[in-house]
Design a protein around this ligand. Sequence first.
Ligand code: F6P
Length: 363
Amino acid sequence: DKGLAVFTSGGDAQGMNAAVRAVVRVGLYLGCKVYFIREGYQGMVDGGEHIVEANWSSVSCIIHKGGTIIGSARCMDFKKREGRLKAAQNLIEKGINNLVVIGGDGSLTGADLFRQEWGSLLDELLKDGRISKEGFEKNKNLKIVGLVGSIDNDFCGTDMTIGTDSALHRIIEAIDAIVSTAYSHQRTFIMEVMGRHCGYLALVAALTSEADYVFIPEIPPPDDWQTKLCTKLEQERASGQRLNIIIVSEGAIDRNGQPITAEQVKNVVEKNLHQDTRITVLGHVQRGGSPSAFDRVLGSRMGAEAVMALMEADDSAEPCVISLDGNQAVRLPLMECVKQTKEVAKAMEEKKWDRAVELRGKS
Ligand code: F6P
């Protein structure tokens, strides 16, 4: 039997369950012994009841559920070598040397480091008598495939991360609901949406809700944004519009790299236009609820492709990430994608906005 484990790590995202389901079922179909690792890397470090064998029915009735049924966590222990030693020992004890990691760039980077260290971790475990010679010999190579689960759509290499589409649905539903009350009272609403340092959710939400203004991290507004914003809102009202919607990405910044907050925008509108203004912070509602059909299909396709990639990989294969390119599931080198994702962050830190947009565009 080939030992294969799947786990979810970092922030949850709708569609992760579809991916877990596909990994388990395709794994079983191809003759693997499939395990869940509960609570992400923490479960791998803690072992015991956190690593459990899965069967066909363990993943029945989960495709429609939000979140991740196997739990997720941001784990500090795995960042230390002793944590990774424990994790390796737990995997060897179960004969697991194929891993499907579902998470964001931090989780995928952790997986790559783990694989690079695998040989030395095993040497140390064998030397200390923590694993058997047989376990050492059987599991010399660790194969890893990553799936990007994140509502932020912030990972270079894939057109869509698992969860983004559902989060957008949630945002749009909320904006539509706000519009009716804003209309009644002729109010201006400032909606803060998630996305960390990526403006995708904010930008697409703005485009699809006819918002009047949007603030995103990759394209900070001109220095005189306060004037431009007020002029635009005034124009809209003058043309008969009864309300205004402004979307602020949680990572929005100005051209000096300083945060632009919903509160700040509200103050500008109230001070200059005396409009009745409210803020709505959507928060974790965006990550909750059931996945859209798109995310169910995306998670299922990605999960199936991940297992195929593991089964086809030779022992020396570098970890890959399953990405969506147009409508195709493709396998890309994991670390190249992580590197490009980090380059976007660096370009933004260095205030090279054009470069950041270009790199995001490439993803
Ligand atoms: O990465 C997903 C995300 O929801 C971001 O959009 C947000 O900034 C962050 O996670 C919130 O993290 P937490 O759930 O730990 O508060």
